[in-house]
Ligand binder design. Sequence first.
Ligand code: NDP
Ligand SMILES: N[C@@H](CC=O)C(=O)O
Length: 782
Amino acid sequence: MTRVVHKFGGSSLSSASRYQAVAQIILGHCKSGDCVVVSAAGKTTNTLVKLWQSYQQQDQQAFSDVLIQLEKHQSELVDELFSGDVHRALKAQLDAELVAITQLAQQSELQESPLLAHGELWSARLLAHYLNELKVAARSIDARQLFTLHDAQLLHQQNKATCYAQLQDAVVYVVTGFIAQDCDKNTVTLGRNGSDYSATLLASYIDASAVSIWTDTQGVYSTDPRKVSNALKYPKVCRAQANLLARLGNPVLHAKTLSPLKGSNIKLQVRSSYEPEASPTEIVKEGYSKAKRFITTFENLDLVRVENLAKGEVRTLSQLIQHSIHHFIVNGEAYLLLPATFTHIVAQQLAGRINIVESNLQGCALVASSSELSGLKQQAEQLFHDREVVVRFAHQDSDYALFLTDQALDSDLLAVLHDKLINKGREIAVIIAGIGNVGDVFLQQCEQQITRLQSQFDLKVVGLLRSKEMVFSPSGIELSAWQTQWKNEAQSYNSKSLVEHISELDYEHKVVIDITASEAFSLLYPDFVASDCHLISANKYAGTADRGWYQSLREQQRERNLHWRYNTSVGAGLPINFALADLQNSGDVITSIEGVFSGTLSWLCSSFTADQKFSDLVLAAQEMGYTEPDPREDLSGRDMQRKLLILARDLGLELDVDDIALEPLMPVHLAEGSWDDFLAKRDELDTFYAVKYQQADDEGKSLRYTGQLIISDSGTVTAKVGIAFAEAGSAIANLTPGDNIFVIKSVWYEQNPLVIQGPGAGKEVTAAGIHSDLYWLTQQLK
Ligand SMILES: NC(=O)C1=CN([C@@H]2O[C@H](COP(=O)(O)OP(=O)(O)OC[C@H]3O[C@@H](n4cnc5c(N)ncnc54)[C@H](OP(=O)(O)O)[C@@H]3O)[C@@H](O)[C@H]2O)C=CC1
Ligand SMILES: N[C@@H](CC=O)C(=O)O
């Protein structure tokens, strides 16, 4: 049986609603036999530490205040999660434990580790009971029954046998993180944030196939995403770099987490319990991922030099202060970076062997491949110099450089360092969906355009997709020979395998370019976004999807700092979206947009003469690549209705497609059936059009198909697309066949509107417009 270990940290369990969210994740991701390792809820361990300190200081008032705080938090969790007998029993158990703590304190018999262990014991108990309430067979396990140490060393063989024997049943085991026992059954702790370590240890003991560390960030980032909004989330990080980051004090993984996985094939993932569907960061074995760049920051550290540092001494000191300690050697001398609050404890321990070199340091470490490091270090030094940041101590090792400063690196400075040093790799993986009329021309233009972008970005087309088959090559497809590669390598695929392939790509940025006309494909956008892909769409379906779906997609993109460009979905290559954005960004308020927004309908109406069959022209427009794959999308007015909706949403209007009135340019029933059915009845279209044409002509006007969006002063919106009889000589009557025209009125363009006019369909202009989107996307990533 393959088993998985899941670990949930304190922030994932900070409130009753978080317990409920975690239970849902377990329901979705665990099977019986899997193990769930939990930390203490929220800040419980900190509160227990405070309790211990007040006990040591014999401050009875503080002791009882902190105890009340703990009681309140735990009681709230029990009250909100349970009712009836279970509630009563859990409350009684909690009360008994708090009474026992008070009595031990009064008898001066309180001990630190068993006291701290309560946090994890409470979490495991509550979660297991809550899962039982949801009818999941779950059992809480005190890890002291599983993990034994002798002389601070874990007894691996014995522990493995114990785990195998004790974790046999068909239940989900909820195991306490952080704690273990020694051979005399005394409680020992595995270091602050040691629950990650508990999870990987347990995984190695039960031969699990994978460990998922569920936390409050979506994975491992190039720098702190709370400080630098365009921090890169890496899909893969190799174990050596993850280990180094942990040793440098980066909080995503605990320093010892990776050691139990050494030599094993156990997969490790870091993922968000707040957004379980978001793609994780995988920590992979050496050789399975390129070295990445990181900046990890420090605060309040002391730099000390230690004489005669013995092997294993740093580990003992880390255990003593329950905090990881970074150490390195310069010219044969050992240096430690200590959290300043613990320096006195370490000094006591090393009695007379330490010299404080610098105190109260801030700064950062730059992590990169050894080949890049020296160059990056020089650039960093220059940036510090330019910004007058005094570097009090610098050190370069094979795969990282330390800069210790006397001022904290604020978000602005960190953002500059990140932009100049990290966001440089600029590897972009491009997946192109749709190699039809437009997609084929886009690919022809691609080689030249990618070469143009190459000086700034390492851009590779890694996926080419048609409706049934794809070529997917993570190292890049040779564009000059893509047809040959397609012939030899194209394979059938389904949505699931596609999303998996994309989520596994080891690139800094990923872009899915949708040049299909497929609604089904657009429904995969949330999955692409969850895999951290930017989007470029010529396809109009996602932009016009139902409002709830659309807004949630937008929200997800905002949260992940992902871009979506869809310039060609309206007006092909015309810069209509740019113009609207620019006006609004400049403080203008748009009051109406009118015109012709369909290349096909423009071409048909402007080209038609009474001696022709309208349906012959429709077939010609299809042949030229103006129409949608099914030209009835154009004739029905749906395509233009969608375009008007995309523009309306760009103005911030909350409309749905059916809020835009529509009058078709064909008999409604011709929309039913197949394209062949339609062709069999094309005479009905011809008659329909001839009658309308004659009516317009009788009035001395020209038959056109137009759209209109008007926002009144009071904010009322009217929107429609339909047949119009244009005055002879007007701009719309005189439109060049195939051209679109957008007449935009705004507060500033009231009397004399802003007009954008030009080809509104066609393979070349549309393909070029998609390249424009790709170019501007790369500029946004800079
Ligand atoms: N033509 C124009 O002037 C303009 C077009 N657009 C938009 O561009 C898009 C493409 O138009 P066009 O090139 O004419 O269309 P085509 O029908 O010629 O090509 C569509 C391509 O998409 C592929 N495809 C269809 N469904 C899927 C799917 N589920 N997954 C992956 N691929 C799929 C098709 O595969 P297969 O080969 O297997 O059928 C085909 O290669 C449309 O959304 C259109 O609205 C936008 C502006 C202007
Ligand atoms: N079929 C569309 C193509 C562009 O979106 C049109 O004719 O405008």
